[in-house]
Design a binder for this molecule. Structure first.
Ligand code: LLP
Length: 431
């Protein structure tokens, strides 16, 4: 199985975190997002333990809420001692509603409006990650007006190509995020920020991309950031106290994906960073990372009910379900790969199907060319694995479809963390 929280009984019953996917579908309906609470907590603990060991007690791991944000998940992240990377008022509000401590929230985003800035200042959000000079001006004007001093990190672009797919590459000079180091603009950005009395420039932030597998991506990032920090010290007399290396470790969606040993990688990054900082004569800053996908992806599974099976001779077979691109747009957007499993049987006789959804367009494919039992039929359940990240958070109401509920699996119990969106909910905003 693609993840060790998925098992199959001798009679074919597929289990996720010990629960039968078919039974959960009977109880909660489909499409259905499942989340394995223990796996979320284990992933948080894995990061936190590795960070404490290699970067010391004052290091921090922020959960990137964009991967999947609702109150229960924020509560779990808070309980585990994570910080939070939030990119919108919606994510901050969700976290605060869940009791997430405001001082552990880092407010990211490349286009914060004046309202966003005011909202976050009103709630004493711990740190702003300032993306650009325009935001710097807006934030500094508002903090001056309030006579407050706000902690900030400055987002710079290290010019690293993480060799991931283009839509999630964020480290190269041409991306819309942050201020590039190689053009000299980042140095001016820091100089400007240091002039602002109302801003406490704690340090630097960078994020090179998502689904990072190349072994040396974070090491190369550290090389660039260390050289930049050394330059800041030389030219501006400024020493960064914090360095946020962003998120990005990849997860396994299909068997051919590599298995990243994240704690081992963190250890390697730490020893590399300590060495190069030492060589540059710089003190070790407080290190942060902000993983999203690798905290929640393998804690998720989506269950669908098959509505139609179509065989087009000498061409293609479709399994068409009650879900689709509205609850999982990732194949449509990124050609993302997934492992797909039948919920109640494994036969020797399989056929290749495109797993399609109920949306009214031919491109509504959740995964092409998946192997499922040849006798897959209406009423069967199929499960898409590793859907905990960027599925619920990217779901839409396309075709006026209600978003599926999120059911948390905690030991032997299954409970609704987010209820199903009904047709009435969909009309609730219409005046
Ligand atoms: N920090 C920053 C500044 C980010 O932009 C991101 C992701 C993260 C942290 C978390 O990265 P992760 O650990 O999850 O890779 N919707 C796409 C992924 C977009 C990632 C955006 N930024 C997908 O479905 O694959």
């Amino acid at each position: 199985m693609i993840s060790d929280n998925i098992t199959r009984d001798a009679d074919g019953t597929l289990r996720f975190a010990g629960h039968s996917a078919d039974e959960l579908a009977d109880t909660f309906g489909t499409p259905l997002y499942l989340m394995d609470e223990k796996r979320i907590r284990d992933n948080c603990r894995m990061y936190l333990a590795a960070f404490r060991e290699h970067f010391g007690e004052n290091s921090a791991v922020l959960y990137a809420a964009k991967a999947c944000a609702f109150k229960a998940i924020c509560r779990i992240a808070a309980e585990e001692g994570m910080g939070l990377d939030a990119v919108s008022v919606g994510e901050i509000h969700t976290a605060l509603e869940a009791g997430f401590p405001a001082d552990r929230i880092y407010f990211h985003g490349d286009a914060k409006t004046d309202d966003d800035i005011r909202y976050a200042l009103d709630r004493n959000v711990g740190c702003f990650v300032v993306d650009n000079e325009t935001e710097l001006e807006a934030l500094s004007a508002e903090t001056k007006r309030r006579s407050v001093r706000q902690k900030v990190l400055l987002r710079v672009t290290p010019g690293i190509d993480p060799h991931t797919y283009e839509a999630v590459n964020t480290g190269t000079v041409d991306v819309k995020f942050g201020v590039p180091i190689e053009t000299g603009q980042a140095l001016e950005f820091v100089r400007r920020a240091l002039d602002e009395e109302s801003l406490d420039v704690a340090g630097l932030h960078c994020h090179v991309g998502s689904e990072v597998f190349d072994e040396d991506v974070f090491e190369r990032t550290c090389d660039v950031m260390t050289a930049f920090m050394a330059r800041l010290r030389r030219e501006l007399g400024y020493t960064a106290r914090e360095l946020d290396l962003g998120g990005g470790y990849g997860v396994r969606y299909v068997e051919s994906d590599p298995r990243a040993d994240i704690p081992a990688r963190i250890g390697e990054v730490a020893s590399h960073l300590k060495r190069i900082l030492g060589e540059a004569g710089l003190p070790m800053p407080r290190i942060l990372m902000e993983p999203g996908r690798s905290i929640v992806a393998d804690a998720g599974m989506t269950v669908y009910t098959v509505c139609t099976v179509k065989h087009i001779p000498n061409c293609k077979n479709y399994v068409i379900t009650d879900g689709g691109m509205a609850d999982d747009p990732r194949w449509c957007l990124y050609r993302a790969r997934y492992s797909v499993l039948h919920a109640s049987r494994e036969t020797g006789e399989n056929e290749i199907f495109d797993l399609a959804g109920r949306c009214c367009e031919s491109g509504d494919i959740v995964q092409p060319a998946v192997e499922l039992p040849a006798d897959t039929r209406r009423g069967d359940r199929v499960c898409v694995c590793t859907t905990g990240a960027y599925n619920y958070s990217m779901a839409s109401n396309y075709n006026r479809l209600g978003r599926p509920p999120v059911v948390m699996l905690t030991g032997g119990s299954a409970w609704t963390a987010v209820r199903r969106e009904t047709a009435e909910d969909l009309c609730a905003l219409d005046l």
